[in-house]
Design a protein around this ligand. Structure first.
Ligand SMILES: NC(=O)c1ccc[n+]([C@@H]2O[C@H](COP(=O)([O-])OP(=O)(O)OC[C@H]3O[C@@H](n4cnc5c(N)ncnc54)[C@H](O)[C@@H]3O)[C@@H](O)[C@H]2O)c1
Length: 449
């Protein structure tokens, strides 16, 4: 198995186009100095488990990476197994039971893009079968999933990378460098949001016209979830139910957590308070469509997050990092830095004093704080770092995954990182449903009283 992984590395990574203007900078992925061309017949053979919207999309990207070869697909819906053959050829082995994939000796790695409630079991089974794993976010569905996945990765020495692609995104890498270099001074607050303004944004995904117990393996979909009669809606729109998904926090906050933790180099919040409600999409779902939450980080900053599925203004996401010397905003694949040094002079409010006192006060003030820039203050530093328009961080994340599979070097997003991001997201759900502030120890990754 290790021989199969002894790959040569892909020659080049995504590049950024040169941008015009002195304060615009093109972002490029750091090059691997040891890169060399890959041999034509040198493949990592992987399988996709969960060939739905995400699974099919990321497999298309993974297949652009030199040496990556898809050989098998597992899915619980017949139509997606059939479409996998349409997309990737009749030679692709397809099965409803992912365990048939795990017994195959010709498969080095699996990509898991099932609903959240299957992530842990498939990942643990795959690692015990000797397969390296790329597992979509959120890593966990329940807190007990985290330690099991971490233990399996350690016991088997298999590679386990979690699929929060922003951790490999050039904009986030740049933001991390800027923060570490003191570009915005000391961080005191992060504000991030993810709003949507459409039915699809609120998870109303299409149900195929042939959905039935004959085409959908309902028991294999349910797994350990409560055993209820077949529901095509729950099968195809599972995010709306807690039994399979993790609400807006598990779906979207988790990206904002992984971004914040990566950029700020922190492990997670100690305290969370979340609120919100089911305000519009009252279609039988049992998770909120609006959530706002506040978190304390022991590194002395606060995080506030928001997801709004009800006319949240636009389909947008963003993260703003505020420090005592400026702000840094990440939108998509770009970072905007605005350096605004904290006002050092205390200022004065003397208008209500006598004219004589005002004159005397200002004279003394100017002796203490002489005018530094008689010609006017220098312009604020304002810079934009942007990746090429066609830059795709999923490509970077898969490049990093396959690189680890080949070299056995640590992944960019391991199970501990994934657990800390998803654990913080679940903390929001705990707070929302209990109506109480929740405590978490980000070092030991345990809930606290
Ligand atoms: N990283 C990202 O930006 C990102 C984006 C979207 C989705 N995701 C994650 O990807 C995962 C899948 O989301 P999706 O939107 O593709 O859902 P989806 O419903 O479109 O696809 C899930 C597929 O898994 C199949 N499935 C269910 N149980 C299975 C089992 N036991 N064995 C094999 N297949 C099984 C279903 O039939 C379905 O086709 C989720 O965990 C989601 O959070 C991540």
């Amino acid at each position: 198995m290790l021989d199969r992984r002894n790959f040569l590395k892909a020659a080049s990574l995504a590049t950024a186009e040169t941008l015009v203007g002195s304060n615009l900078h093109a972002l490029t992925q750091p090059q691997d100095a040891t890169s060399r061309p890959i041999a034509a017949n040198d493949h990592i053979q992987f399988a996709l488990i969960g060939a739905g919207i995400r699974g099919q999309a990321i497999t298309q990207v993974a297949l652009q990476i030199p040496g990556a070869k898809l050989v098998a697909v597992s899915d619980t819906y017949q139509g997606r197994r059939d479409h996998s053959k349409e997309l990737w050829g009749n030679d692709i082995f397809t099965t409803v039971d992912y365990k048939e994939i795990l017994t195959r000796k010709d498969i080095d790695a699996v990509v898991i893009a099932t609903p959240d409630h299957w992530h842990k079991q498939v990942a643990v089974d795959a690692m015990h079968a000797g397969k390296d794993v790329y597992c979509e976010k959120p890593m966990i569905h329940r807190y007990s999933d985290g330690p099991e996945m971490i233990a399996a990765a350690r016991a088997t020495n298999c590679i386990l990378q979690i699929g929060s692609q922003r951790v490999s995104n050039v904009a986030y890498i740049k933001a991390k460098e800027l923060l570490a270099a003191g570009a915005i001074g000391k961080l005191n607050m992060v504000t991030a949001w993810w709003d949507r303004n459409s039915a699809l944004g609120a998870w109303d995904y299409s149900v195929p016209l042939d959905a039935s117990p004959q085409t959908c393996d309902w028991p294999q979909f349910l797994g350990t979830a409560p055993q209820i009669p077949f529901s095509a809606e729950q099968f195809f729109q599972w995010r709306k139910w807690k039994a399979y998904g993790s609400g807006v926090a598990g779906d979207l906050f988790v990206h904002l957590f992984s971004g914040t933790h990566f950029v700020a180099g922190v492990h997670g919040p100690t305290r969370a308070m979340a609120t919100g409600g089911l305000r519009f999409w009252k279609d039988g779902r049992n998770v909120p469509d609006v959530m706002v939450a506040l978190y304390d980080y022991p590194e002395a900053f606060n995080l506030n997050l928001r997801v709004n599925f009800v006319n949240g203004g636009s389909e947008s996401e963003g993260l703003i990092f505020t420090g005592d010397e400026g702000t840094m905003a990440i939108y998509g694949n770009s970072v905007t830095l605005n350096s605004t040094p904290l006002q050092k002079e205390p200022g004065y409010t003397v208008e209500t004093f006598t004219f004589a006192m005002q004159k005397q006060f200002i004279q003394k003030y100017r002796e203490m704080y002489p005018v530094r820039h008689p010609m006017g203050a220098p312009p604020m530093r304002s810079e934009v770092y942007a990746a090429a328009r066609d830059y795709d961080d999923v490509y970077s994340h898969f490049y990093n995954f396959f690189h680890s599979v080949r070299t056995r070097q640590p992944v960019v997003e391991d199970a501990v990182f994934g657990y800390r991001a998803a654990g913080a997201a679940l903390l929001s759900n705990l707070s929302y449903y209990s109506g109480k502030v929740q405590h978490w120890n980000p070092e030991t990754m345990q809930l606290e009283a």
